[in-house]
Every structure is written in structure tokens, then in C-alpha cells.
Ligand binder design. Structure first.
Ligand code: PPS
Ligand code: MG
Ligand code: MG
Ligand code: MG
Length: 381
């Protein structure tokens, strides 16, 4: 692919994810500070969804349609309007409409255009439900996880906004917003400390305390990080991106591995066995969301493993953006059998062998795949 063929797509995607991060920060501050609020709902599978998940999906859908109005924009995204359209969800829907309009009004701060007037409920519901593409091996599809790690989001911890572009089944662009990504990697581990209580930047200071957007384009061999733009109204868009690269550590004894927080989402005891077998010495870094991919891409951790229960099918929006960013930053991502992930088969990563592993380099990756084989055999004896 020619290097600049996707320049506009990448530029718009980065700006939209910045907008979405700002939206999420505002909603998270409200959630963490108010007790017993009704802006969090359980879906049919008992997972959570919040005002932020729907509002980000609506905002991204609207901004992509606006920016690429000459094309039919196909979006694969996590949320639908089922819960939101129920008769007891009026308050929730009002909150979504207000949150989206507030966010859209800020578009000029990010160099994008706001709609001329505030949007109504039906336009916003339509924007959310329009994201019902199923992807596949042909054509161009945006892939969106509006809030990844919704549990982390609700707990005031780590979460991400993930947007990717897939064409002919290949991920070409990945943008990952990590609004609570700390300036010091040690703070990634602060499960019990609310991120809201971290030091806040003063409006006059340029000091970056937390939050970033990572992005990469396929084949560029480069991944980039921009600090989030903070509340200061005078502080508007500028391209302050810094290049990021994976860690150079290839000694398992010095490597940090990360994994999901919840034992429902991965097999902690299996990964502990793999870790032991390949000689990892440090305690696992348990962090919600695709922030785990961000940590690998920026060199703050070396390994990510996720082994979901058999029968669970990994969704493309939980991985697309993170995988391309890690790869372009110099890392390796495969299934647990060492095969590349296949984003061309619709909503799910079909044919996935046991789990997903990401490493900062091939030395650790080879050791990890070897350890998975050894541990798998012994765990199935
Ligand atoms: N049973 C099961 N097994 C494996 N994975 C599952 C499962 N259920 C959900 N999910 C997906 O996991 C996404 C959250 O992953 P995390 O790494 O953030 O998990 S954790 O909160 O740290 O435990 C989460 O993404 P979000 O829904 O966007 O938060 C889900 O897509
Ligand atoms: Mg979810
Ligand atoms: Mg997700
Ligand atoms: Mg999500």
C-alpha cells in the first residue's frame, strides 16, 4: 500500500479518538463521584455497558460519516441500541444525547467540524445502530470498541477506546486511546487507587500526567503516541506525537507479563504455569482493557497473554487496533499456536488456537510458544 493512501483516514481516526477520550474522562469523573447512579446497565450476557460506550459509538459513527461522506462507511462495533431503546431507559438515553452533543460541540478543538445544530434522539440512535456491519474478507470496514474494559472504566481504572480500519481482511490502521494511561509505568499497577485521585494537571501547566492516544499504519514500521489534550480551553490540537517502540528486554527473568484482571476472561493458573515454564520471575501485571497492548507497544511491559475459556470467541474489536500498534512498534502478536490472527472472517477471530499472545520480540515469543506447548500437554495429562 502506498504510504499516504490512508493519510486522511489515520488523521481523522486519531482526532476522533482524542474526542472520544475526552468524552470518556468526563463521564468517568461523573460515575466515580456519584453514588448509585443509573448510567451503568447490564447486557443480556451480564457484561456492563454505560453512557460512555453508547456515546462514543454514536460520536465516532457520526464523525466518520461526516468525514467520509462520499463513501458508504461500514462500521463493525460492539454496542447496539437494544437496552437503550427500552421504555425504562429514558434517563439513560437523555444522558447519551447530551453527552454526544457536548462532545460534538468540541470537535473544532480537534480540528474537526461540529454539526450546525444539536442532534436529536433519533439521529443519535441511528448513528449507533448504523454500526452493524459484520466485516469480512472484502471491502473496507472500520472496527470500533467504544469502551474496551468497561469494567475498568466503571471502577475508575484502565480502559481504552479502540478504532481500526480493515481492508480486504487486513488491519491497515489502528488507533488506541488510553485516557488513564499513567506517565509512570509503575502506576499501571494501582488497582485500588482511583485514577481520579491522581495528581491533576493545573490549567496553566503543560505537564502531562495521564492519558495518551497510540496509533500506527500498516507497513510503516512506526508507532506513535500523543499525550491527551487536557481540559484547558486554550490548549488546542497540535501534533505532538512521539515515536514509541517495544522494549529491548529479551531475558524472561527481567520481563513483565500482563493479563486480564478477571478470571472469567482468562485462565490465570494456566498463564502462571506458562510464565513459570518460560522463566518469567515477576508477578503478572493485571490491567483492564487493550491498555495491555499499549503497554507492550510503549515498552512498559514485554508480554501479554490471554487464554479465554474454550467456547468463547474473541471479537475483532477487542484486538485489531492493539495488534497493529504492537506489530508496527516492533512486537509480535499471534495465537497460542504461533499463527497470525485472522481479521478477515467477520466479527470473530475464527480458528484461534487456544489464546492470544503478544511479545516485544521474537526471542520471548519463541520461548512463550514453547512454554504454551509444554504447559498445555502437562495441564491435559
Ligand atoms: N468470557 C469472556 N472471556 C474472555 N473475554 C471476554 C469474556 N467476556 C467478555 N470478554 C471480553 O473481554 C474484554 C475485556 O477484556 P479485559 O482484558 O479488559 O478483561 S479484564 O476486565 O481485565 O478482566 C471485554 O471487552 P469490553 O466488553 O469492551 O469491556 C469483552 O469483549
Ligand atoms: Mg462490552
Ligand atoms: Mg472490548
Ligand atoms: Mg467495549
Amino acid at each position: 500500500m502506498g504510504e499516504n493512501n490512508y493519510a486522511k483516514e489515520l488523521d481523522v481516526a486519531v482526532r476522533v479518538v482524542h474526542m472520544a477520550c475526552s468524552l470518556c474522562q468526563r463521564v468517568q469523573e461523573g460515575l466515580v463521584s456519584s453514588i448509585g447512579n443509573d448510567h451503568v446497565k447490564s447486557k443480556d450476557d451480564e457484561s456492563l455497558v454505560t453512557v460512555a460506550d453508547w456515546s462514543v459509538q454514536a460520536t465516532v459513527s457520526l464523525m466518520l460519516s461526516e468525514s467520509f461522506s462520499n463513501q458508504k462507511v461500514s462500521i463493525v462495533a460492539e454496542e447496539d441500541v437494544q437496552t437503550l431503546s427500552k421504555s425504562d431507559s429514558v434517563g439513560l438515553l437523555t444522558a447519551v444525547v447530551n453527552t454526544v452533543n457536548e462532545c460534538l460541540a468540541e470537535a473544532p478543538k480537534y480540528g474537526l467540524q461540529s454539526p450546525k445544530e444539536a442532534l436529536g434522539t433519533s439521529q443519535i440512535l441511528e448513528a449507533i445502530s448504523r454500526c452493524n456491519s459484520t466485516g469480512g474478507r472484502t471491502g473496507r470496514h472500520w472496527v470500533l470498541d467504544p469502551v474496551d474494559g468497561t469494567l475498568g472504566f466503571v471502577r475508575g481504572e484502565q480502559y481504552a477506546v479502540a478504532l481500526a480500519l480493515i481492508e480486504e481482511g487486513k488491519v491497515l490502521i489502528g488507533v488506541l486511546g488510553c485516557p488513564n494511561y499513567p506517565r509512570k509505568k509503575e502506576w499501571l499497577n494501582h488497582h485500588h487507587q482511583s485514577y481520579q485521585s491522581m495528581p491533576k494537571i493545573s490549567d496553566t501547566s503543560d505537564t502531562w500526567e495521564k492519558g495518551c492516544v497510540l496509533y500506527a499504519q500498516r507497513g510503516s514500521g512506526e508507532a506513535w503516541m500523543q499525550p491527551l489534550i487536557h481540559g484547558n480551553k486554550k490548549h488546542t490540537w497540535s501534533n505532538s506525537a512521539q515515536r514509541v517502540q517495544v522494549s529491548a528486554i529479551d531475558d524472561p527473568a527481567l520481563a513483565t507479563f500482563c493479563e486480564p484482571v478477571e478470571k472469567a476472561n482468562t485462565n490465570h493458573s494456566f498463564s502462571a504455569g506458562v510464565a513459570h515454564s518460560m522463566g518469567l520471575k515477576k508477578q503478572p501485571l493485571r490491567v483492564h482493557s487493550m491498555v495491555k497492548y499499549a503497554a507492550i507497544a510503549q515498552g512498559d511491559a514485554e508480554i501479554f497473554m490471554k487464554f479465554a475459556q474454550s467456547g468463547y470467541k474473541e471479537k475483532i474489536w477487542d484486538h485489531a487496533a492493539g495488534v497493529i500498534i504492537v506489530e508496527e512498534a516492533g512486537g509480535v502478536v499471534t495465537d497460542a499456536g504461533g499463527h497470525p490472527l485472522d481479521f478477515s472472517r467477520g466479527l470473530y477471530l475464527e480458528g484461534l488456537d487456544r489464546g492470544i499472545v503478544a511479545c516485544s520480540g521474537t526471542t520471548l515469543h519463541e520461548k512463550l510458544i514453547g512454554a504454551v506447548y509444554a504447559s498445555w500437554e502437562s495441564s491435559n495429562l
